[in-house]
Every structure is written in C-alpha cells, then in structure tokens.
Design a protein around this ligand. Sequence first.
Ligand code: S3P
Length: 178
Amino acid sequence: MKRLSKTLVLVGMMGAGKTSVGRRLAGALGVQFRDADHEIEAAAGCTVSDIFELFGEEAFRDGERKVLSRLLEEAPHVLATGGGAFMDPDTRTRIKEHAVSVWLKADIELLVSRVSRKDTRPLLRNTDPRAKIEALLKIREPVYAEADVIVISDDGPQDIVVKRIIAAVEPFMNGEPT
Ligand code: S3P
C-alpha cells in the first residue's frame, strides 16, 4: 500500500460497520482514526441521542456538516461518518474534493441484526427498525453509490473487509510507498 495521500471516508448505513472497520483500517494503515459522531458529541458535550431529543435532527445535521468540514481539512486519516452524512450535498461535495469515499455496503439482514444490538440510534427508536432501514435504503442507496468505491461489508472477519478496502482504494492513492 502506498502512503495515504487523501483521507478515506467511510459512508453507508447504520450497522454497516463504519466505526469498527474504520478503526481497524486506520490501524492497518498507521494513520489516525476519527469518528464523526464521536467528534460531534465531543463538540456538543452530549450524545447524538440527546442532540436529536433536545435540539432536533436539523441541529444535528448542522453540527455534522461543520464537524465534517473541519475533519476533512486534517491530515490524511480514516474517517467514519454517520449514516446520514453523505446525504448532505455540501458534505458530499467536500468529501469528493478532499477525500476518497468508500461505501461500506451491507445487506438488510446484517444491518438489522447489527442495529438491534444497541439502542443508541435516535432514528430507529419507537419504530420498526427493519421498515425504517428499508425506507432509508431506498432513498440513500443511489446517493451512497456516488462514492468512489463500493466495498461489501459482510459477517466474516473484519480484517477481510479491511483488506478489501485497501485493495479498492489503492488506485486512488498516489503518495510515495511506505
Ligand atoms: C444516522 C446514523 C448514526 C448517527 C445518527 C443518524 C443516520 O450514525 O449519525 O444517529 O442518519 O443514518 P451511524 O451510521 O454510525 O449509526
């Protein structure tokens, strides 16, 4: 693998594995890992759920846009985004300008089984998670498909997914070999 010349931005649905795969990917590449939701929480001083509950989704999206714009100015690293981030046209443009985007694509069964393990996602509260995910996928998949590369995230070992990403982004990296 050549040196990372641009930030790798992981996009895709809740439960696709952006955070866990992203952390491993950063370790494998020897670069920093950033998680946009975590950075938003740090900036706001409260959880994503609290932001949704206290200020609403629009306020969360504003914060998300600002935080991502800041993170995209940082040295090349691995950046996991929240599932809605790439849907914002400004954020998408910035990602296209500054980074290489990777759609971590997982099938509905895997997404549903993964999101059912946690109750931290405000969009999936008080609703049928499968129906909500299906509805979001209809809207989001054509937009996620604008990512530079698409990598399948399945139930197998995450190191395999990491290897797939490294192979897929190789043509986009033009730095010196490490
Ligand atoms: C969201 C996904 C979440 C988080 C917020 C909204 C979405 O992140 O940003 O709850 O709109 O899909 P993950 O994709 O990391 O769960």
